[in-house]
Structures are given as C-alpha cells and as structure tokens.
Design a protein around this ligand. Structure first.
Ligand code: FE2
Length: 280
C-alpha cells in the first residue's frame, strides 16, 4: 500500500473566457497533467463577472465536465440538447468529432460558482459522435463520514471501512475519478486511487494536509504514484476536488477549443469548423 504524496503544487491564474466570464484557470494543456487538459474555477457574486456567459462555440477531441456549486446555467447545442445546470448538478459532454454549444447564465444576480474540467479522449475516440449527459443533483451520491462529506461525481469512491460508492459516470478510456470532499477540522479521509493514474487535489475552501504537506486554498497538488492518499483538514475545514484518471500517453496538440494528436488534425478541425462541417 503506497500512499501518494504531493510532488508539485500549481496555482491558478485569473483570466477571462467566453463572452468575458472571469475565472481562475488552474490547469492548461501546458501543465502536462495527462489526461487532464484544463480546469477552470468560477466563483463570483458580482453579475458582471459572469453575465456574458459562453455564447456559441465549438469543441472537438475531448470531454468537458461542468460541476455547478451555486447558480444556474443553460446549455444548448447543435444536436438540440437543452440542459439546465443547477447547483449540485453536472453536465458531462463528450465533444467527440464536434459540438457547437452555448453555456449561458440564467440569473442576473447572486452567486455563480463551479468548475469546468476538460478531459482528453484517446485518438480512437476523438472523432466519435458527440454525446451529452445532464446529471441532476439527485443522481450524484453523497457519502457521510462523520461530519465530513464526499460527493461522488464520477468513478468509484473507495475508503477505509465503507463499501465502495460509484457516481453516475463510471469507466471509459480514462476511467476518471471526480470527488468533492468537504473535510471537517481534524478529520482525515483516505481515498483509494488506482496505481498509475494521474491524481490531483485542488483546494477551493480552507486548506488541507497531505502526508504533512500543506495545500492551501487556490492551490492544486499533483500527487505521486501510489494506491491511496490521506487528506487531512487541520484546525480549519477543507474542501477539495480530487481528480484522478488513466493517462493516455499520446501526443497532444491543442488549439483553443480543439485538442487533437497532430497539427494536421487541428488544421482539419479549423477547416471543418469554417465550412460548417465540424459536427458532420
Ligand atoms: Fe464549451
């Protein structure tokens, strides 16, 4: 049983995207955290920070996972999908060969808070038809461990002394584990993670310690290999995303909303988008 430790700490960079939504970009493709391509955190109660939303835009070659903590977004895409994303809900979109969609706030006041993760697809799946799942809050399990709570967005949560709990999305090429852990002061949550999978812990409230190393709010800890990690909250509580997935070990060429394996495939995506054939 090898415990994972923190081997690298990254901090997010404030930026804006879409129509002008203020966010913190925690991971980019340059972070080289295969198969994770991007992690954006958005959190504001100032409408001017989010009201412009993400008007119509394309994606090809990967998946986007949007997890809402507060607020209300409406997704509409070229396939005719319309999905309401509310607090506690998740939208799991597989862009595959192409999707054109918008993600627009359905509120003019109040807090909007959540995350969008970009998860790469293997070469063999990059050109498959687009898919889309709206996961309502009721479909997402919450596991109580004393005064702490674990939300299982994807994959299977393994911990000491409990039966495994699976989220609504399990398996796939990268077999992602996506947990939201709210850890009470002084508590430790052990989490099983398959050996060889890339694993990350992003702290978005309070702070935690992993094997004696502190990871503060706004920091992402990249974990060493191993089959489990112990995450401890000290004198303050901590709330973290734990993300783990099987690396693809394939070349990554990204250009804006397109992530492929070669430059030629990116050029093809641009041609397909300009000629209206991205999704066909
Ligand atoms: Fe998008």
């Amino acid at each position: 049983m090898a415990k994972r430790t923190v081997i690298q700490i990254l901090t997010g960079r404030p930026t804006s995207d879409g129509g002008g939504v203020r966010l913190v970009r925690v991971i980019t493709p340059e972070s080289k955290l295969d198969p994770f391509l991007m992690l954006d955190e958005f959190d504001s109660d100032e409408p001017n920070d989010y009201i412009a939303g993400f008007p119509s835009h394309p994606h090809r070659g990967f998946e986007t996972v949007t997890y809402m903590l507060d607020g209300h977004l409406l997704h509409e895409d070229h396939l005719g999908n319309r999905g309401d994303l509310v607090a506690g809900g998740v939208q799991w979109m597989t862009a595959g060969r192409g999707i054109i969609h918008s993600e627009m706030p359905q509120q003019i006041a109040g807090r909007m808070r959540g995350f969008q993760l970009w998860l790469n697809l293997p070469a063999r799946d990059k050109m498959k038809p687009a898919g889309y799942r709206d996961l309502d809050p009721e479909e997402i399990p919450h596991v109580r461990l004393g005064d702490s709570e674990v939300t299982v967005v994807a994959g299977t949560f393994h911990s000491d002394g409990i039966d495994p709990v699976s989220g609504p999305v399990v398996g796939g090429a990268t077999d992602p584990l996506y947990l939201d852990l709210a850890i009470r002061p002084g508590a430790t949550i052990p989490v099983g993670i398959p050996s060889g999978h890339t694993a990350l812990v992003y702290v978005f409230e309070g702070g935690v310690e992993i094997n004696g190393q502190r990871v503060a709010k706004g920091s992402l800890g990249h974990l060493s290999d191993g089959d489990s990690v112990d995450i401890t909250a000290g004198s303050e509580s901590g709330r973290v995303l734990l993300l783990a997935a099987r690396p693809l070990r394939e070349p990554v060429v990204s250009y804006g909303p397109f992530v492929m394996n070669t430059v030629a495939e990116i050029e093809q995506a641009l041609r397909d988008f300009r000629s209206g054939q991205l999704t066909e």
